[in-house]
Design a protein around this ligand. Structure first.
Ligand SMILES: Cc1ncc(COP(=O)(O)O)c(C=O)c1O
Length: 381
């Protein structure tokens, strides 16, 4: 009855855990939810009438101009006509998959990588090839051998405060990665929803700004800096890629919701933007530091981690290696939710013993209690 590709449609473990994690009394380190207290209270009564009408598939012209200007400030050489406003940056993964992936096409991904990207690429029947992440970037020798052996259609990278590992590529790694992409003319999909959630002021030029030859797509999102329920993100594409992406967007949903675009533009234009961003960074920095302290007191003898300079996650490696997936149900019963690390790997036999813990959503006074519950589950399993 269904199309053949539906056999490759996996359910996202994240969505399932999020439902369970919302039960009263559960302390959730599972999702990537921004803190509700950080959301602005927009005045919807001043919404202009024009946003109630159908709009352009590419997005609102003024918003595209503002996004392009922001991107140029980051070093990306682009014009507004290369910007496509998306219904959340997640939509970019769908459109780019449709553009590049045939059954059994290879896609190169970081190992570990964003779970919902794997879900999307696999729906289009991609064979995802992982390249291990090191502390400051990709393992370049494996990157090159994967490119030579599998001839991937594109590389999907999250260079800043990666989901799930929190890794931020250093400057040398960004240059090396760009040089490798150029060497093979391999298209880059650079996904940067966490770029602005930078708590230590890290230098992080977009990899696409360093490319000379390889085609590229850069994605950003208003989910983490404004509010995820808005569903507004964007991509900026190399001139050779933007026209088919706009047509794919048209075929998918005509255009992104206009009230949300209006609010995103209001945010970008606001004279208060730098202060708002600084407040948000300060809020999350405090939570990051509180979580680091809680981990140090509760987990130092059983796990290893690096304190992330941005983003929303700690990535833990248990000293005693074990599959963390069977721990999920007992953890939920004990009133704590986490993300098993195995789910984030493209490999059929993923490395075991990793956990992704979100620090942005939990009140600092509940962090120690949540970690104590999790530790008990680890000890009794
Ligand atoms: C790496 C990555 N890409 C894309 C997304 C999707 O974000 P959006 O809310 O803009 O669709 C997320 C959401 O958590 C993410 O972590």
């Amino acid at each position: 009855m269904f199309a053949e590709r539906i056999q490759h449609l996996t359910s996202s473990i994240i969505r399932e855990i999020l439902a369970a994690a919302q039960q009263p009394g559960v302390i959730s380190f599972a999702g990537g939810l921004p803190a509700a207290g950080s959301f602005p209270e927009p005045d919807w009564s001043v919404l202009p009438t024009y946003v109630k009408q159908y709009g352009m598939s590419e997005g609102e012209p003024e918003l595209r101009e503002a996004i392009a200007a922001d991107a140029r400030a980051k070093g990306i050489r682009c014009e507004a006509n290369q910007v496509l406003v998306l219904s959340g940056s997640q939509q970019g993964l769908d459109l780019v998959s449709k553009l590049f992936i045939d059954p059994h096409s290879s896609v190169l991904v970081e190992s570990p990588t964003y779970l919902a990207a794997l879900q999307c690429f696999r729906l289009f029947q991609a064979d995802c090839q992982g390249v291990p992440l090191k502390a400051n970037g990709l393992d370049m020798a494996t990157f090159e051998s994967q490119v030579r052996d599998h001839k991937p259609r594109f590389a999907y990278l999250i260079p800043s405060f990666q989901n799930p590992s929190g890794t931020c590529y250093d400057q040398a790694a960004r240059h090396e990665t760009a040089a490798m992409l150029d060497k093979y003319g391999l298209p880059l999909l650079e996904d940067e929803p966490y770029c602005e959630l930078d708590y230590d002021n890290v230098e992080k030029p977009p990899i696409c700004s360093l490319l000379q030859r390889a085609p590229w797509i850069y994605q950003g999102s208003f989910s983490k800096i404004l509010m995820p329920g808005l569903r507004v993100g964007y991509l900026i594409a190399h001139p050779s890629l933007i026209a088919p992406l706009v047509r794919l967007k048209q075929a998918a949903d005509l255009h992104t919701n206009r009230p949300g675009q209006w609010l995103a533009l209001d945010y970008l234009r606001s004279a208060e933007k730098p202060q708002r961003l600084a407040r948000l960074q300060g809020f999350y920095r405090e939570r990051r530091d509180a979580f680091a302290a809680a981990l140090e007191s509760e987990f130092a003898d059983i796990a290893e981690w690096q304190v992330p300079s941005g983003g929303l996650f700690f990535w833990l490696k248990l000293k005693q290696v074990r599959d963390t997936r069977p721990l999920l149900q007992p953890a939920l019963e004990a009133g704590v939710a986490f993300m098993p690390g195995e789910a984030f790997f493209a490999e059929e036999q993923p490395p075991l013993g990793y956990l992704r813990l979100n620090f942005s959503h939990t009140e600092p006074e509940l962090m120690v209690e949540g970690l104590q519950r999790l530790r008990k589950v680890l000890e009794s399993a």
